[in-house]
Write a protein of this length. Structure first.
Length: 411
């Protein structure tokens, strides 16, 4: 690769957002000169890591090689983006190469701030401290659940941004049922230490989740933000507001860590005050640089950071880039759609779909607030298939294109 390569469209990030946008653009115009900057050899279907932690999936079933996913004739720049210069339409990578673009799509995902919880990095993967937000630890979550003999099991939800805000409680519900099967539930205290003030941000789905934690006898502690782990004494320390802290002893703890954007975005002119790529919430177009677009976890879009949200964001980005290329004003709008398949136990899932206004947007003619076995099947089997075989290939992901995968009667 030369030091001054130019592309019509340059994409930072080869995750769900980057691959989907590239594939859809190629579907619309196969002659586009595009490149993806992505350092990782492997691409993971992260929504399945909860199922790895719950013993329903193997980690190796969630991964494919990046080379096999990047669309044909799209250049793979296997490097880290290090500097974005939108005033000169350039991106510099870690190796010092400079790439010019006509249009830039920023979607590198999100980084985890392990260091914000004192003692966490050193504790992970041993003595009952685990997380499903790192692939290496998801199998250990299941090992920890299987070996649990009773005591206090803590599951945390952090303050601030988080990818898949339902994930911290999904693994908790699976653990609760596993403890019951193993005969240790009666001698187990399950605590959900939630840094926010509610179970879920969408009222229609919050109420059934409140009923579920009550039914399962789970101790929910709101406004409890994990700030330190002391592995030598098995103590978790939480900030509870106004400078107060609470210490809780644990026998196992599943940590959902705080998250933020990458430093190269925070230090770039494309970032807003909070560090996210500053885009219009409807068009996904940058608020200052018209030829820059952002979507996915690193964007300022005020919706859940999930692959399901990207499914609806990507076509908007694609349509609006193509409109600009044809000297037209971007017209396509994203309504904030997101989906969080809320696993509430083995064989049970609430398919929480909603928009910016927090209105339910169900894909099926069913009450979306109910726990259903059919939605568990969708979560476990159908969504991964659709991800690999439709979404990442730029194909339609709408229910009309995949209902044939479902049982004829959905209950």
């Amino acid at each position: 690769m030369s030091n001054n390569s130019s592309f019509q469209i340059l994409i930072i990030g080869g995750g769900a957002a980057g691959i989907t946008v590239a594939a859809q653009l190629k579907e619309k115009n196969s002659n586009l000169k595009m490149a993806i900057i992505e350092p990782s050899e492997n691409h993971y279907y992260q929504p399945a890591w909860t199922l790895v932690g719950g013993g329903e999936y193997l980690l190796e079933d969630t991964v494919k090689h990046q080379q096999n996913l990047i669309p044909y004739a799209v250049t793979w720049i296997k490097d880290y983006a290090e500097n974005i210069d939108p005033d000169h339409n350039q991106v510099t990578t870690k190796t010092g190469n400079i790439y010019n673009y006509e249009y830039l799509v920023i979607c590198p995902g999100i980084q985890i701030d392990w260091d914000k919880i004192k003692g966490l990095k050193e504790s992970l993967g041993k003595e009952g401290v685990t997380t499903n937000y790192r692939k290496e630890n998801a199998p250990y979550t299941w090992e920890t659940i299987q070996n649990f003999k009773g005591g206090t099991a803590i599951f945390t939800f952090p303050a601030g941004a988080i990818k898949c805000p339902g994930a911290p409680q999904k693994i908790m519900y699976l653990a609760e049922e596993a403890f019951t099967r193993q005969g240790v539930r009666e001698k187990t205290n399950i605590i959900y230490a939630n840094a926010t003030g509610k179970m879920f941000g969408v009222p229609a789905y919050c109420k059934p989740l409140e009923e579920i934690v009550h039914r399962k006898n789970i101790d929910v502690k709101y406004a409890h933000n994990l700030i330190e782990i002391k592995p030598e004494t098995k103590e978790a320390i939480f900030a509870t507001g106004e400078g107060n802290t609470v210490t809780i002893k644990y026998d196992m703890i599943h940590v959902s860590p705080p998250m933020t954007t990458y430093d190269f975005i925070k230090q770039s002119p494309v970032a807003n005050e909070q560090g996210w790529v500053d885009v219009d919430q409807y068009t996904c177009q940058h608020t200052k640089y018209n030829n820059v677009f952002g979507l996915g976890d690193s964007s300022s879009l005020p919706t859940s950071k999930t692959a399901a949200a990207i499914r609806k964001e990507a076509p908007v980005v694609v349509a609006n880039i193509l409109a600009l290329m044809n000297q037209k004003t971007p017209q396509n709008k994203y309504n904030g759609y997101a989906c969080c398949p809320l696993i509430t136990g083995y064989g049970k899932t609430i398919m929480a779909e909603f928009d910016y206004d927090k209105n339910p947007l169900p894909s099926f003619p069913l009450d979306p607030t109910k726990e259903r076995e059919s939605m568990w099947l969708v979560k476990k089997y159908i969504l991964p298939w659709l991800y690999w075989n439709r979404m990442l290939k730029g194909k339609s992901f709408e229910p009309d294109s995949w209902r044939f995968l479902l049982p004829k009667t959905i209950k």
